[in-house]
Design a protein around this ligand. Structure first.
Ligand SMILES: Cc1ncc(COP(=O)(O)O)c(C=O)c1O
Length: 381
């Protein structure tokens, strides 16, 4: 076995969740998904694709109509012309991340990761033999808002191979604004380094239709890879469907990696993806209304607990908060699970420095969420 793989850190969220995953009395707020079942019009479209005989291998690029649909959707959403040769369909955002790592990371390469962040791309970097350079977000003076540490990024960018940034961010709910995208893009252009922009939460926003994206401002030849997914926008986490937007002229490279990793996502699922995009806007609006209500419940409860310090979160469906007196977030989560039957995610899962931080995914029904907060109130007050 390769030493790198043996030593790969397992996800602390999984480790805690596995201990109680089948316990129906536990309220699970640990994973990043809503409790909304994929809407029927999408499931019906999968059934109809099967009935129509869409059961064969597809091209590595993706089912033609899906690629065209994503191309049009992305171009409109970001008011930028993205050609279909820059899109490739993947098995969710995770596969898009791994393929990106395989495409650009040589052993020993340094990749800057803006943390806290969902850890999987950091593990992809390590699998490829690269080195993760964490640059944490900083809390602004009022200690209430996350922001990029641009000074540190400028210092460390020279000599790096790439920069991984996830906005809207899991776990903090922080969202990069347009001017920050411009600064980062310019910096990376100047230093000729890759940007891997993880934008799977781009539609999980509360004050606009879509989050600012590198695709709003980038050119077709920028060293930019944008990760996207059907998981969060259309409640399709279990379907495993996503896509990647890549620079012009590189499709053949990514198609090769697609072939040797997965030989394309399942054909009928790709067909259902067409329906999700073309008929799914009302569903997204409804989901955002529900999430917005859940977000209010989460913020109202957490700000009333005396031990909790909660920075502002503007997007995605997470709250990331500090608990006074907690020095080991993993044992805190294990104890809370035992005492209160609520599944939380420890801050250590999202990079160094997460020891007194906890993440909650609030994308649950109001009654279940309130019940969870009632249960954990004694340990947070
Ligand atoms: C930031 C981020 N990127 C990518 C993913 C991968 O999503 P999927 O593989 O379901 O598309 C997730 C899932 O939680 C995530 O939080």
């Amino acid at each position: 076995m390769r030493k790198i793989i043996e030593e790969l850190e397992p996800s602390p969220i999984r480790t805690i969740a596995n201990s109680a995953i089948d316990n129906k009395d536990v309220i699970p707020l640990w994973f990043g998904e809503t409790d909304i079942i994929t809407p029927k019009f999408i499931s019906d479209s999968l059934k109809s694709a099967l009935d129509k005989g869409h059961t064969f291998y597809t091209s590595n690029h993706g089912v033609h109509e899906l690629v065209e649909t994503i191309t049009e959707y992305t171009s409109k959403l970001h008011k930028n012309t993205i050609t279909s040769k820059r899109i490739m369909v993947t098995v969710g955002g995770m596969n898009a991340l791994m393929i990106s790592a395989e495409a650009i990371i040589n052993p020993g390469d340094k990749i800057i990761c803006i943390t806290p962040v969902w850890p999987n791309f950091m593990r992809c970097i390590e699998i490829m033999g690269g080195n993760v350079i964490e640059i944490p977000l900083i809390l602004s003076e009022s200690h209430n808002k996350w922001k990029l540490n641009l000074e540190e990024i400028s210092k460390k960018i020279n000599g790096a191979r790439g920069l991984y940034i996830s906005s809207p961010n899991n776990p903090t709910g922080w969202m990069m604004e347009k001017k920050e995208h411009k600064i980062i893009l310019e910096l990376c252009r100047k230093n000729k380094i890759w940007i891997i922009a993880d934008e799977v939460y781009e539609r999980v926003v509360y004050d606009r239709k879509v989050a600012p994206s590198f695709l709003d401002i980038a050119d077709k030849n920028d060293l930019l890879i944008v990760i996207n997914s059907f998981s969060k926008s259309w409640a399709m986490t279990g379907w495993r469907l996503g896509w990647i937007t890549i620079p012009d002229g590189m499709l053949h490279i990514f198609e090769k990696l697609n072939e040797f990793n997965i030989a394309s996502p399942a054909a009928p699922i790709q067909h259902a993806g067409i329906t999700a995009i073309t008929e799914g806007e009302d569903f997204i609006s409804d989901m955002i209304k529900k999430l917005s209500q859940a977000r209010e419940i989460a913020i109202k409860n957490l700000t009333s607990f005396s031990k909790v310090e909660l920075p502002a979160s503007s997007a995605a469906f997470y709250v990331f908060f500090k608990v006074k007196g907690v020095t080991n977030s993993e044992s805190f989560c294990i104890n809370t699970l035992r005492k209160s039957g609520v599944g939380l995610a420890p801050g250590t899962a999202f990079g160094k420095g997460g020891n007194n931080w906890i993440r909650i995914c609030y994308a649950k029904s109001p009654s279940l969420l309130q019940e969870a907060f009632n249960r954990i109130k004694p340990v947070l007050s």
